[in-house]
Design a protein. Structure first.
Length: 627
């Protein structure tokens, strides 16, 4: 067999990097290599067009196996993540019935959102009736979580459940859920009851080694517009702050670290997200190492991944299914503990049975048909993924150290450092969306021309106003500046909803003339452009003359007429159309022709091209239309 392998390899002599580069240089034909082929990421590092074995030199963690320190390849020997689905608890009996059904549909972990502060032990009994805590991992969140945690431990003690079989998590997070979102932790005289309460709960549930009482809600950074590196660094910093603060309460690192659960979002940046979760485990293991924990699990990062809310849209919402699928794949390959795919209608309504079924089926397909759970660290050894992992780890570590140098997460947040970083990233993302350097399918590119907002889509939905009944996301009057989660599509959606609710149906008419190829290409661009604002578009194959096109536009009663032709044709055709149209409609030239100044001198002032800030340009036209 060895001889056969050697003979096979002899058929393919090695190709050096220099040889690859020489061929690339020929193909580039003098174009700048760095500009054409090197990706300058928002994460603070560049990505090369290809990687080879030599690019793995210097990566220290290589050689470790799944389940071995520093756990970059996973915290266990398998990749059997848990499928999570969340239920809002209004009536405990109804929520129990819903959960019981979900557990027969492939769900392995149930999340209960409990907002009733009067929730009682009897309510908990009803909620968990018939649900095996030995086989089902439970996650509790909502305004009543602290109370529920105490009730849950009392229930387990009373029923004599084997502590080793209980798997549960409580989303208690005064640092991120309170300080970061509200701007305050309600501290008095420098003392925060939140840490005392957490320490008390951890001590009370000390026998239950698989209960996580603290949840570091890293998805909040992502949903506020952070980069991947920022989300990772600030999540790690918040996690480390818990270790420090809870150890100050008298707990040991072996008590604190295993009580932490990390949750992070998954964006649609497929390979980057795989690398992010691998880098997260690597960094957390190294952060914990100096504390010399006696239990190995203290260095293992338990990560829950949830699909992004930031990139979800309310227009063309079925695209959210595609986003959720690729995001779930990233998390599955990366080896997280659990995954929740948000139903596609999450941004604008309580998920329906259909949307919830589709959401969980995404993960069932990844497990049962694609067998992603049967391979531990499928990305391991990939030159590209390993380099991304290393680069993200380096950048996140540098940012983490900056936070620590400022006194830790709380001090850095109160000083405004974290907000400044995230807001700068959000502003850049918003600019990229407005100029279409970043695409949100169905929103700023390729919208559904005929779509009108569903009744469930309200102004509150597209402006992101909180619907939390207990006010947990409202800003405290005396706090520091909080982060503000939002969706990247919101600015476009607000504009489009304004059109849909205006009672008007403005129309943009494509006056295609001149060179046919240019006319068609520019008509398609212009239709796509105006439809992003909900303006109805009327495309036309071709008009033999400008006069014919203007006549058709007037008959169509179009408020906007877009002339679509070749740059060379505009010098004569645009003034002719402008003159014939007069003030009967807004006249627009598709493109940025060399004769633009000449056309402007003749009174033509409206031009659209790929150079435009699409959002601002469309807002201008809506203002001109009186909307």
């Amino acid at each position: 067999m060895a001889n056969k392998e050697q003979k096979l390899f002899a058929e393919f002599p090695p190709v050096s990097t220099e040889q690859w580069e020489s061929v690339i240089a020929v193909d580039l034909k003098g174009a700048d290599y760095e500009k054409k082929l090197v990706w300058r990421t928002a994460e603070g590092f560049n990505v090369r067009p290809y990687y080879r074995a030599e690019n793995l030199d210097g990566i220290k963690y290589l050689g470790s196996q799944c389940g071995e320190f520093p756990y970059v390849r996973g915290t266990g020997k398998d990749n059997n993540w848990r499928i999570v689905q969340t239920i809002e608890v209004g009536c405990p009996k109804e929520a129990n019935a819903q959960a019981t059904v979900l557990l027969t549909k492939g769900v392995e972990s149930i999340g209960f959102v409990i907002g009733d502060k009067e929730f009682s032990a009897a309510d908990l009994d009803t909620l968990l009736s018939g649900i095996s805590v030995k086989n089902t991992e439970l996650v509790f969140s909502g305004c009543a979580t602290k109370k529920v945690a105490g009730l849950f431990i009392d229930k387990m003690d009373k029923e004599g459940v084997d502590p080793e079989t209980v798997r549960a998590s409580f989303v208690l997070d005064p640092i991120v859920k309170k300080l970061t979102l509200k701007g305050t932790m309600a501290c008095k005289n420098g003392q925060c009851k939140g840490f005392e309460n957490l320490a008390s709960l951890i001590s009370k549930g000390a026998a239950y080694k698989r209960i996580r009482f603290v949840n570091v809600s890293g998805e909040i950074f992502h949903n506020s517009g952070s980069t991947i590196v920022q989300e990772l660094a600030f999540t790690l910093a918040a996690g480390h702050e818990y270790v420090v603060k809870l150890m100050e309460q008298g707990l040991s690192v072996d008590q604190v670290a295993p009580a932490l659960r990390f949750s992070m979002a998954i964006s649609s940046n497929y390979f980057m997200e795989i690398a992010k979760f691998r880098a997260a485990r690597l960094l957390w293991a190294n952060i914990m190492a100096p504390y010399n924990p006696s239990r190995g699990c203290a260095s293992k990062m338990k990560v829950h991944a949830v699909t992004s809310k930031w990139n979800m849209t309310v227009y063309d919402p079925y695209v959210n299914m595609l986003r959720g699928t690729t995001e779930a794949m990233s998390a599955a390959v990366s080896g997280v503990h659990s995954i929740e795919v948000l139903p596609f209608d999450t941004p604008y309504e309580k998920p329906t049975d259909f949307s919830a079924r589709i959401a969980r089926n995404v993960q069932l397909l990844l497990k049962e048909e694609s067998h992603f759970n049967q391979v531990c660290d499928a990305a391991g050894g990939s030159y590209y993924i390993e380099n991304l992992t290393n680069s993200i780890a380096e950048q996140a570590w540098n940012l983490f150290r900056q936070v620590e140098e400022k006194g830790g997460y709380i001090a850095a947040f109160e000083a405004g450092f974290i907000q400044d970083q995230v807001e700068a990233s959000a502003a850049k993302k918003n600019s990229n969306i407005a100029t279409r350097r970043e695409t949100l399918l169905g929103t700023n590119q390729f919208p559904n021309f005929n779509e009108v907002a569903d009744e469930a889509i309200t102004e509150d939905v597209v402006t992101g106003k909180s619907t939390c009944k207990c006010g947990c996301a409202s800003q405290a009057a005396d706090g520091v500046r909080p982060l503000k989660p939002y969706r990247g599509a919101m600015a476009f959606e607000q504009m489009r909803l304004k059109v849909d609710r205006s009672g008007k149906q403005p129309k943009a008419f494509m006056l295609t003339c001149g060179a046919l190829a240019f006319a068609r290409a520019r008509a398609q661009f212009s239709c796509n452009f105006f439809a992003c604002a909900g303006i109805r578009v009327q495309d036309n194959t071709y008009f033999k003359s400008v006069e014919e096109g203007v006549k058709a536009a007037l008959e169509a009663k179009a408020e906007i007429v877009v002339i679509c032709a070749a740059d060379d044709d505009y010098a004569t055709l645009a003034p002719e159309a402008f003159k014939l149209l007069g003030d009967k409609a807004i006249f627009v030239v598709a493109g940025a022709p060399a004769c633009k100044e000449e056309l402007e001198a003749q009174g033509i002032k409206n031009f659209i091209s790929v150079r435009n800030n699409v959002l601002e340009t469309l807002q201008y036209y809506l203002k001109e239309l009186g909307i």
